[in-house]
Design a protein around this ligand. Structure first.
Ligand code: GLC
Length: 741
């Protein structure tokens, strides 16, 4: 045993020594190169321009980018797609005086060639392995296509479904969001930079972009520093701890200071307290947008504010390339600030191996054999079916029987393909093969006859298709409706004040429900929507988000029961926009309503229930689960102790299925007060019918800690409630313990 441990120790020592010496070696090379660079060449490394393959921001054309590359005026490009084009631009960079290679970045948010479910959908799977695998495949494809760097994961906590970019993140919960941030960074960076199937991750948008007031994109963020540290920063720290190579700042101001000019978050926290050694890229034009914010007078001042605050690379604002040399010359910006930013960027270029071989990611043969591999499509289908949330299944309308004579497919998204990809997907045009619901059903319906009627459009108010839809429904045994948003109704700059099902879609659902046929409604969207009538009257509802290339196959897998749905909502679904912001981990207030009927001087509304339509963590299965036998290893916990919490989970139904068992804690008395519950652990467990399993969680001091007003992470002695269940609003087991000093 001793020999084995010694071997492991020496191996670990050897690895860390090798890593240390590699870092030392790279630092030496960076310093040597830095010495050779002129100030203009250094500033060139801080400058990033967009290519023209994808438009992901307000493009302002300027000059001849290839010539600028040859002159060393550009250090990175984004939105340059494919080996051919990246190679051409890299060849231009090799004509510059010092032959410093370009970095190529791209928004590979949920897949590159194979589109995976949108990140919010994947978050609903609560399946960290599947999420990591999705990022791993995206990175493998992107890296084979000349991309060094993805502008992902987006780790913004979001409690406002009016904000279009909720589709891009992991929802409202800090604990779940932090675990998903880690999984995505590990997926993108794989076995480490330098591998030709690994890309740099980029934790974004730093910081608190998801708290934009009113859910209006780019809007101000106003919050206490305690809330910033408690709710919005932890997923960024998780991404950094997972090794995220880069960060991207955000468009919003935080309490009046734009993130890109915010020394507190970029220098004090990120590069100071957290010791971040990578680099920060500004979001598209955010440096220049400090003029619109009213924070600076012009791009000259913007460049000074941003470099001083720790923004290393300037995406598309041209403030750095046009003003930094002058700012140094006029003594406004110290040379060492520029050098620090350049070091951070050059270090990553060395780590990626680009100085050894600038074309190592631009291999046409590898690109051709990597993109769209069958196993990647299978993985996309697998995580897609795991992301589908069963909201309702009255009368066991689902799963569909293969013996049905006919199924009517009705709705504006039945044959939709592009809409299944969702926002932040890459448009491959006719090369693309996206499986619509219609095609997915054709693949699995067997002898069942499929009928079809569109019924209405996504957004307009024409009822011209209703009659045909109703008559089609009347001919069928069961109706499956595909309703929801178009791919560009959630995403960047896509905030909606009204998040109801768009157009007159719910009118169509009513008309079809009135036929008396069993109806299944599929809701396809990039955000939580409001659909109260449907929720209250239709017997079966699946929330299928935007599931990517294999959407139709994954939905058919669930409809026919080839996969028993297991997903849980990563965001609260409101009954109306009037309830927003609404989230599960709220504070109790001095007048908590006992339930939705308690309105006597209670916190709530006089015209609507206080509870949401669907709670965080909610999701059904084709089987049922029971919880029993809760045990705590002790009822008192010292500050350096831990408590083991165990219970029995049983599949009490007739079908095999997975349950996400969730553990919530409440710190009953604390200063400042703590939420009524907070997710602290979960496990996704597959159980056969009748099978029981003992599930265990360990609670330690970290699980009980929170920030006080001095921003110190503390714990306070007192009573804690333990709550366990399959949803934040369906607690099946509870108990208490005391934390003692
Ligand atoms: C966009 C987005 C950001 C993206 C960047 C590059 O404006 O805010 O998430 O990575 O520009 O496309």
């Amino acid at each position: 045993m001793i020999r084995r441990n010694t071997f492991i120790f020496l191996l670990a020592l050897g690895i860390s020594t090798a890593a240390y010496s590699q870092t030392q070696d790279i630092d030496r090379k960076v310093e040597a190169l830095l010495q050779k660079m002129t100030l203009e060449e250094k500033v060139g490394q801080l400058n990033q321009y967009t290519g023209d393959w994808e438009v992901t921001g307000p493009v302002t054309n300027s000059g001849n980018k290839v010539e600028d590359v040859k002159k060393g005026k550009i250090g990175s490009m984004l939105n340059v797609r494919g080996v051919k084009h990246t190679r051409e631009l890299q060849q231009a960079a090799m004509q510059s005086r010092l032959k410093i290679p370009l970095l190529f970045g791209q928004d590979v948010i949920h897949g590159y060639r194979v589109t995976f479910p949108i990140p919010l959908a994947e978050a609903a799977s609560w399946d960290l392995e599947a999420i990591e695998k999705s990022a791993r495949i995206a990175a493998t494809e992107a890296a084979s296509s000349g991309i060094h760097w993805t502008f992902a994961p987006m780790v913004d906590i979001a409690r406002d479904p009016r904000w279009g970019r909720v589709m891009e993140g992991a929802g409202e919960d800090t604990y779940l969001g932090s675990l998903i941030a880690k999984a995505r960074v590990k997926g993108f960076q794989g076995k480490g930079l330098g591998n030709t199937n690994a890309v740099m991750a980029c934790a974004k948008h730093f910081a608190a972009y998801g708290a934009a007031i009113g859910g209006r994109d780019y809007n101000s963020v106003d919050m206490s520093l305690r809330t910033l540290w408690e709710v919005y920063l932890p997923p960024f720290k998780a991404a950094l701890d997972a090794g995220a190579a880069t960060f991207m700042n955000s468009f919003n101001d935080i309490n009046g200071i734009p993130a890109t000019g915010n020394s507190y978050i970029q220098r004090d926290i990120l590069k100071g307290k957290w010791g971040f050694k990578g680099f920060v890229v500004s979001d598209w034009g955010s440096i220049g947008e400090m003029i619109q914010h009213g924070y600076v007078k012009d791009n000259y001042e913007a460049a000074e504010a941003a470099i001083t605050a720790g923004s290393d690379m300037d995406m598309e604002s041209r403030s750095y390339i046009n003003h930094l040399v002058k700012l140094v010359g006029e003594g406004k910006v110290k040379q060492e600030l520029i050098d620090d930013a350049v070091r951070r960027i050059l270090r990553k270029k060395f780590e990626l191996g680009l100085f050894d071989d600038p074309y190592r990611f631009s291999n046409e043969k590898r690109e051709k054999k990597t993109l769209n591999k069958p196993e990647f499509l299978q993985a996309a289908r697998d995580v897609a079916k795991r992301s589908i949330v069963l909201l309702k299944n009255e009368g066991s309308v689902l799963p569909l029987s293969k013996d049905l004579k006919s199924v009517a497919l009705i709705g504006p998204l039945v044959k939709a393909e592009k809409d299944m990809q969702g926002f932040w997907s890459i448009d491959w045009g006719k090369e693309d093969h996206l499986v619509s619901l219609y095609e997915g059903m054709q693949n699995q319906a067997g002898k069942t006859k499929l009928l079809y009627a569109k019924g209405c459009h996504v957004q307009d108010t024409s009822r011209a298709g209703f009659a045909e839809a109703v008559s089609t429904a009347k001919e069928a045994d069961v109706v499956v409706m595909a309703m929801g948003e178009k791919f560009d109704m959630s995403g960047e700059a896509k905030s909606r004040s009204n998040i109801h099902l768009p157009g007159i879609q719910e009118e169509l659902i009513k008309a079809i429900q009135a036929t008396g046929k069993p109806v299944v409604v599929l809701l396809m969207a990039g955000r939580p929507m409001v659909f109260n009538w449907t929720a209250d009257h239709v017997p079966a509802i699946l929330y299928t988000w935007w599931l990517g290339s294999q959407a139709g196959n994954a939905i058919a897998d669930v409809l026919y029961g080839n996969y028993n749905p297991s997903a849980k909502l990563p965001m609260t679904f409101p009954r109306s926009e009037g309830q927003i912001p609404i989230y599960y981990n709220y504070l109790n207030t001095g007048r908590p309503a006992k339930d939705d009927t308690d309105m006597n001087y209670r916190s709530g509304y006089i015209d609507m229930q206080k509870s949401p339509k669907y709670a965080f963590g909610y999701g059904l299965s084709y089987t049922t689960f029971s919880y029993s036998n809760l045990k705590l290893s002790q009822k008192q916990m010292g500050k350096n102790d831990s408590i083991s919490i165990s219970f029995t989970l049983t599949n009490s139904g007739k079908l095999a299925g997975e349950e996400v068992a969730q553990l919530y804690l409440r710190d009953v008395v604390a200063k400042p007060v703590r939420p009524v519950k907070e997710l602290k652990a979960f496990k996704k467990v597959m159980l056969q019918p009748g099978e029981s399993r003992t599930i265990s969680f360990t609670i330690d001091k970290e699980s009980l800690s929170f920030y006080n007003d001095n921003l110190e992470k503390i714990t306070q002695a007192g009573e804690f409630e333990v709550m366990i269940g399959g949803s934040s609003d369906a607690i099946k087991l509870d108990d208490k313990f005391d934390l003692v000093d």
